[in-house]
Design a binder for this molecule. Structure first.
Ligand code: 1CP
Length: 359
């Protein structure tokens, strides 16, 4: 199989030579780079006035299903900030909506599930995802890769644990008490739930890669709520299944969570090529925890952008200094861009990292 061919053999993946030679993909592959590549989680979104304008009156989930709108929103931060990668505009709950789960994304709240999934009978509602269920994703990525030229497109999905947290709790949670009640009290049901979600997530990532995404990020945003032993036993097998399912495409696989300092080694072991790090662990220490053979992504505290230009520059230099000995480094924030962030601070940050790291 050539690097340009999908494992299914049906669709050649759309990655062009210019994209393959991009600083972002080089850093993911731990090759020498012309400068440290930069992108931001949640770079498309409420921090941008042009985003708020095109989203006006259109509910979040509906915007994810309109290919022209998805294309425009995904391109907005690329045009404005000169970032080294685009991330597909969607949400982690889109594949669940696509298989008929009754959920909505409520403004100011996040994903809310009408009838939470808590029993074995509920599992039957989690059917397989087919490419036809998300044809708007294939269409949007087709439009996008034509517009993006040499800029790589990152596809993404929610990891089984983080998806399960919304499905079981019925919405955002700080404690995950209902999810953990199943994890500890009915491990068989828990394992089957996460395994179902792994299949759905893998199918969703495959759609994005076959349509032209040249890297994927698995967001296990809330895995930091787990001890290493619980993560290894009750969550890692499902996340590993997702990574294994897309291994054959040869696209870099990024694995990210918040508050996952104690889990960094395991999150790499699950099958990631790049491990995302929040701001709580310096990158040199993160590299020791992850071990050799993987690139790291991160990890400026997103709240630093609310401070003075001097403070942003100092904290940025600290991140770059800690990253100096890494095998590969993709600069990012330690979590998503906060909605009240000044977009000009993000543009300056990209320029600053490019200037400081130009080789
Ligand atoms: O109307 C709006 O603008 C709603 C806000 C919003 C946006 C812009 C939501 C609701 N989702 C999104 C888009 C989104 N979601 C992206 C866009 C691509 C980009 O990064 O530019 C991405 C990557 C996501 C992924 C996502 N959704 C995650 C993982 C990333 C993370 O921040 O940890 C999670 C946990 C979600 C759930 C979700 N969707 C929306 C919100 C507000 C939340 C979080 C709710 C909570 O606190 O539990």
């Amino acid at each position: 199989m050539s690097a340009n061919e999908s494992p299914s053999g049906k669709h050649p993946t759309a990655t062009s030579e210019a994209v393959r030679d991009s600083a972002f993909l080089k850093a993911c592959r731990r090759e020498p780079v012309p400068h440290t590549p930069v992108w931001f989680m949640r770079q498309a979104g409420r921090s941008l006035p042009e985003y708020r304008k095109v989203r006006e009156g259109i509910p979040m989930l509906e915007s994810c299903m309109r290919p022209e709108l998805v294309t425009e929103i995904t391109l907005q931060p690329v045009r404005r900030h000169n970032v080294d990668a685009a991330i597909f505009f969607s949400d982690i709950v889109v594949p669940l909506k696509a298989i008929g789960i009754d959920l909505d994304i409520k403004p100011g709240v996040g994903p809310v599930v009408e009838n939470p999934v808590r029993t074995r009978a509920d599992l039957a509602r989690l059917r397989d995802l087919t490419p036809e269920d998300v044809s708007y994703v294939t269409e949007a990525i087709g439009l996008l890769t034509r517009e993006l030229g040499a800029t790589p497109l990152i596809g993404f999905a929610g990891a089984p644990f983080t998806l399960a947290s919304y499905l079981v709790e019925g919405g955002p949670s700080r404690t995950y008490e209902n999810a953990k009640a199943i994890m500890y009290g009915d491990p068989g049901l828990w394992a089957d739930l996460l395994d179902r979600l792994a299949d759905i997530t893998a199918a969703f990532l495959k759609v994005q890669i076959e349509a032209g995404a040249c890297a994927v990020q698995l967001f296990d945003s809330w895995a930091g709520a787990l001890s290493p032993a619980d993560y290894r036993h009750s969550v890692m097998p499902a996340s590993a299944k997702v990574f294994q399912a897309v291994a054959g495409y040869g696209v870099p696989r990024i694995h990210f969570g918040v508050g996952t300092g104690e889990l960094l080694g395991l999150m790499g072991e699950a099958g990631a090529d790049v491990v995302g790090v929040d701001w709580r662990v310096p990158l040199d220490e993160a590299a020791r925890r992850v071990g050799p053979g993987k690139a790291l992504q991160g990890n400026l505290d997103p709240t630093v952008l609310f401070s003075t230009r001097e403070a942003v520059e100092t904290k940025t230099r600290e991140v770059l200094d800690a990253a100096a000995g890494l095998e590969g480094h993709v600069f990012n924030l330690g979590h998503g861009v906060m909605p009240a962030t000044d977009p000009d601070a993000l543009t300056r940050l990209v320029d600053h990292v490019h200037t400081l790291t130009a080789r």
